[in-house]
Design a protein around this ligand. Structure first.
Ligand code: SAM
Length: 222
């Protein structure tokens, strides 16, 4: 059995009872960073074998993990934050597990994109999730394509490029309202809303550190 378990995106209380039960029961836990996940497990007094499983080593470790699962062990896949396999490692492992006939069970919970959508006040009936835009090659092309998109768009962005992204949105889609969720579920959580140029004008009032989700309204939405 492979469990794909969502963990908090900031506030350690955002973990389900079922997730804690599964983490307590499994034989081992696959995680991106053993220190980060070690702190989470320690907080809940859970003591498990932690096996590091990050994007760089996913491919190499799959066979060994599948072998342990076939030998009857149970495992939980978690990531540093939120739902595994969503802009995080896990897709290839889940694919390999499905192909090998191993039971895959998801334990739902925190996800930054869905949380931001739920508080952005922008249409949610139809949206696209693009994760992180390419950092260099293909970024402009992708922005041009997204400028034609008539559904709500959800993006992840790091603090190193958030100002750049708002400038790009001002260039490529100046008439679309955006909502930026910063440090959601954490102590200094906030949401900024407005047209890209309004947000640019008020940037000096905002902290550009932390984690960001950007939600962009559909074309012509008021
Ligand atoms: N698997 C995660 C999920 O379910 O949301 C996403 C992992 S992705 C590597 C990390 C990105 O998610 C961050 O760079 C940021 O864009 C977004 N993110 C994660 N936690 C966040 C938070 N507390 N507030 C705002 N954005 C967050």
């Amino acid at each position: 059995m492979l469990y794909v378990v969502a963990t908090p995106i900031g506030n350690l209380k955002d973990i389900t009872i079922r997730a804690l039960e599964v983490l307590k029961e499994v034989d081992f836990v696959l995680c991106e960073d053993t220190r980060t996940s070690g702190n989470l497990l320690k907080h809940y007094d859970l003591h498990k074998e932690l096996v590091s499983f990050n994007a760089r080593m996913e491919e190499k470790k799959i066979d060994a993990v599948i072998k342990r699962l076939q030998d009857g062990e149970t495992c939980a896949l978690i990531s540093d934050a939120g739902t595994p396999a969503i802009s995080d490692p896990g897709v290839r492992l889940v694919n390999a597990a499905q192909k090998s006939g191993i039971n895959v069970v998801g334990i739902p919970g925190a996800n930054a994109a869905i949380l931001a959508l739920s508080i952005a006040g922008l249409p949610t009936d139809s949206f696209i999730f693009e994760g992180f835009l390419p950092q260099k090659k293909g970024r402009q092309k992708q922005l041009k394509k997204l400028a034609e998109e008539d559904r709500t768009i959800v993006l992840y962005e790091s603090m190193y490029r958030i100002e750049k992204l708002i400038n790009e949105l001002n260039e490529f889609m100046p008439n679309r309202i955006i909502a930026i969720g910063r440090e959601l579920t954490k102590k200094f959580e906030e949401i900024w809303r407005g047209f890209p140029n309004e947000i640019l004008q008020s940037l000096s009032e905002h902290q550009l550190k932390g984690e960001f989700v950007v939600v962009i309204a559909p074309i012509n939405w008021k």
